[in-house]
Design a protein around this ligand. Structure first.
Ligand code: CAA
Length: 375
């Protein structure tokens, strides 16, 4: 395991405390569909919404590994909070930090890093999911502005966020080379928040459709040059996928802990079920997968923190950790038996929350495409 620095250990301890004192009591409300606005306010005050952002732009000035530690720890308690934090930071804020002009950074990053603003990322469209380059949202230049028209779907933090990184095409014939990125603010006329998706899990996180109807975006809000948008999206997804790996790892570890605790307490055939080989071996396999997912995730984060190439490792971590979350949550229900199938225990929530980790920020199949291209 990558040894943590004293600063990273302090972050881990602080986030663990925060998660059990501030997030845990809010889990039931999130399960009822409430967006955790008040928890986010507290996270903003503690600097948790700008962990890897330099102090110059209002962030906490910590490294990328500290940020991943935070998502991992938070997701053990609430995968909903984990994804809100990951999307806000990795794909809602970082595109501006890495590809923005100095003016864009000064205007938006301090607000995002302190939690005054929440960020979101609009790439996916009804007909452009895995094939992201086939997006159809149009950006038509009109003097010093662009007019944006189109529809986006499955937008995490949508409706709650203040800024949206929107990908649109300035030239449909150019395919991926026509894709251009924009910073769109929620109050821009023509920006409409549509249907809230009724999801299998992550009830407290909002996932909405967005419609752009002649949204006039000033040229100052174009991120990068015309045609650079696809690379901006891909580069940020490389990093974002480490966040989703950490979220998956948190779910898997929580499921393992709950299953182990239950197996020690539950007696059948005259001894704890943890002493029955069928269950003991199951727990051993679950623990081994969790450890492997942790190694991959922390390795990818370490590479990123040290500015080393991490695309392949990020996809491997995301692929393996999300599958681990699903498998371990499924086995945890099996260990708890009938009780695991009820809402009296959290393992059914872990199971429902885990599934989407194999889908968003690139499905498991897309991760295999990315990994195989690196081989
Ligand atoms: N970094 C920088 N540039 C990259 C890149 C990367 N990681 N990957 C590709 N590119 C560049 C390529 O170099 C190429 O440019 P050149 O022609 O100049 O060399 C260009 O982008 C096109 O590359 P490809 O031909 O490989 O592109 P493709 O159309 O075959 O698509 C893909 C590749 C990997 C399948 C991509 O479409 C993809 O990642 N799809 C999945 C989309 C996705 O992850 N969506 C998630 C939505 S966000 C979300 O889910 C957030 C949330 O709510 C939780």
């Amino acid at each position: 395991m990558i040894p943590l620095t004293e600063e990273q250990k302090m972050m881990q301890a602080m986030v663990r405390d925060f998660a059990s004192n501030e997030i845990e009591p809010f889990v039931e409300k999130m399960e009822q569909g409430e967006f955790p606005r008040e928890v986010l306010k507290k996270m903003g005050a503690l600097g948790l919404l700008g962990i890897p952002i330099s102090e110059e732009y209002g962030g906490s000035g910590m490294d990328f590994l500290s940020y991943i530690i935070a998502i991992h720890e938070i997701s053990k308690v609430s995968a909903t909070m984990g994804v809100i934090l990951s999307v806000h930071t990795s794909v809602g804020t970082n595109p501006i930090l890495y590809f923005g002009t100095e003016e864009q950074k000064k205007k938006y990053i301090p607000k995002l890093a302190t939690g005054e603003y929440l960020g979101a990322f609009c790439l996916t469209e009804p007909q452009a999911g895995s094939d992201a380059a086939s997006l159809k949202t149009r950006a038509t230049k009109d003097g010093n502005t662009y007019l944006l028209n189109g529809s986006k779907v499955f937008i995490t933090n949508g409706g709650e966020a203040d800024t949206y990184i929107v990908f649109a095409t300035t030239n449909l014939e150019l395919g991926s080379k026509g894709v251009t990125a924009f910073i769109v603010e929620k109050d821009m006329p023509g920006f409409h928040v549509g249907k809230d998706e009724k999801k299998m899990g992550l009830y407290g996180s909002r996932t909405v459709q967005i419609t752009l109807e002649d949204v006039r975006v000033p040229i100052e809000n174009r991120l990068g040059d015309e045609g650079e948008g696809f690379k901006i999206a891909m580069a940020n997804l490389d990093v974002g996928r480490i966040g989703i790996a950490a979220q998956s790892l948190g779910i898997a570890e929580a499921a393992l802990m709950k299953a182990t605790e239950y197996a020690e307490e539950r007696h059948q055939f005259g001894k704890p079920i943890s002493k029955q080989q069928g269950i003991a071996f199951k727990l051993a396999d679950m623990a081994t997968s969790v450890e492997a997912a942790k190694l991959l995730t922390y390795q990818a984060a370490y590479l990123r923190a040290n500015n080393l190439p991490c695309g392949k490792q990020a996809s491997m971590a995301k692929l393996f950790a999300s599958q681990t979350a699903m498998q371990v949550a499924t086995e945890a229900i099996q260990v708890l038996g009938g009780y695991g199938y009820t809402k009296d225990y959290p393992v059914e929530r872990y199971f429902r929350d885990a599934k989407v980790c194999e889908i968003y920020e690139g499905t498991s199949e897309i991760q295999r495409i990315v990994i195989s291209k690196h081989l």
